[in-house]
Every structure is written in structure tokens, then in C-alpha cells.
Design a protein around this ligand. Sequence first.
Ligand SMILES: C[S@@+](CC[C@H](N)C(=O)[O-])C[C@H]1O[C@@H](n2cnc3c(N)ncnc32)[C@H](O)[C@@H]1O
Length: 266
Amino acid sequence: MTQFTWNAEDYERNSSQQRRWARDLIAQLRLRGDEIVLDIGCGDGKVTAEIASLVPHGRVLGIDLSPDMVRRALEGHAPRHPNLCFEVGDASHLRFDGEFTVVFSNATLHWIEDHRPVLSGIARSLRTDGNVLLQMGGKGNAEEVVEVMDEVTALPRWRDYFVDFAFPYGFYQPEEYRAWLEEASLSPIRVELLPKEMVHPGREGLAGWLRTTWMPYLQRVPEAERRELLEAVLDRFLAGHPLDGDGNAHVRMARLEVEAVKTRGS
Ligand SMILES: C[S@@+](CC[C@H](N)C(=O)[O-])C[C@H]1O[C@@H](n2cnc3c(N)ncnc32)[C@H](O)[C@@H]1O
């Protein structure tokens, strides 16, 4: 995958939807307070910090591939939680061995094409009976945005920047995911594709989400032209999916939610 850059501060300001879904996911963990948790793709760290406050007798490590995200997490959250650490790390090359009782991940793993090394790394990182709870974009996620991206980037104004462009996200189905979990010696409890809706405050809110998470498209063009590409995408998306009566933009999403347990050594 082509490299692109996350902007931690911009993401932090424009990720209230991801945070809302993360909170629903955290509630499902039913934490007792002494768990040792790995948060994969912790981003700016605000979600990881919420987990840390729920495990006063445990500890939490957030890892992320983006040094800018880890810097922000370290500055913004680690100082207020003695049981919270962050480090740069790649979900595809986890270096842990039986340290964790819970592995959690929100809105991250669809950035990775091959999930098999991720899942075997998760299995290795967990103690026996350890729990896994993951949510990521699944098959059909943000399909209408993808369609608009494809239409706009095929226009003569943009298409030279998108020669050889490959679909950047791993949006998978429950059936294939179950098989990968079992291959990694993780026992699936629940693997579901959940329809969800993202609600953004107006054109600016939608722009904030696109700017901070659709970099594989936007960062294909030179920086000076990105605003123009973003406006073209916004125009076309909102022409087909107008703001509602309260001025909000709606995007249909499909989230793959995965609950599993490590039942034997792997
Ligand atoms: C949309 S953000 C989600 C952040 C956070 N989990 C949240 O709920 O707000 C996705 C994060 O995944 C990280 N990421 C992408 N690929 C990764 C990988 N291979 N290993 C670790 N983190 C990765 C990105 O750097 C980014 O911070």
C-alpha cells in the first residue's frame, strides 16, 4: 500500500463518530478493572485512555503505526493515567507473547489487506482464555463514498494521479473472517456485519472526516490541489445524498464486529 500520513490533531478534532462507536465497543468488554489490554491502532489515544480509566488495577498499551498519532497519545493522555502506555507498532508484526488478557481494536484493521498475520500475532499476544474484540470497516463499508471517489478520480482533471490506484481498504465478510480466526487458533464467538450510519455536522463535518481518514485518495494528489479534490468529492456526494432537515450529512457504513477467545496455546 502507498504510504500516507495521519494528522493526529486533525483526526482528534474530527473523530467523534469513531469515538461513539468505540464507546459502544468498550461497553461490550464488561471490564472488571484488572485486565491487561492491548489497543491496536490506538490513534490519538483518547479511546485507549477511556479503557485505562476502566481498569484501575490493570494496564493498557496502545500501539499505532503512525508516529504522529503515538506522539499525540503520549502527550495528551499518558501523563494522566499511570497504567497507560503507548508505542509505535505494526498490527501485522506484533511482538508480544502472552502478555495480554484482552485485545481490542476500533476502526483500524481495515487499513490492512492481509489479516492472517494480524490474527496470529493477536493469538500469540494473549494469555489462554484471553478475549478479542475488534471492529473495523467490513464488506460494503461507505460504499457510496467509494463510488463517488471512483467517479471523481476518473475525471480528466484527476485521473493521471490515479493510474494503477488499487483499492486501499480490507473490507471483509464474516465468513472469510471466521476461517482466518480459526486458522490463528482463536475461537470465534460472534462475527457480524453490522449496518451503521455516520452522522456528520454538515458539509464541514463530512469534510473533516474525509480529510482525516480518506488519505489514500486525497494524498495521491499534490498538497496544493487536495482542497480542490475534496470539494469536488463533497459536491458530488452531497448532490446524491443531501443534508437532512437538521443540516447533517449521513453516510451508510458496514462494520465488521469480531468477538473471539483464545482457548488454547498457539
Ligand atoms: C481511524 S484511526 C482509529 C483510531 C482509534 N482506534 C479510534 O477509534 O479513534 C485508524 C488508526 O489505525 C492506525 N493503523 C493503520 N494501520 C496500522 C497498522 N498496520 N498497525 C497499527 N496501526 C495501524 C492508523 O495509524 C490510525 O491511527
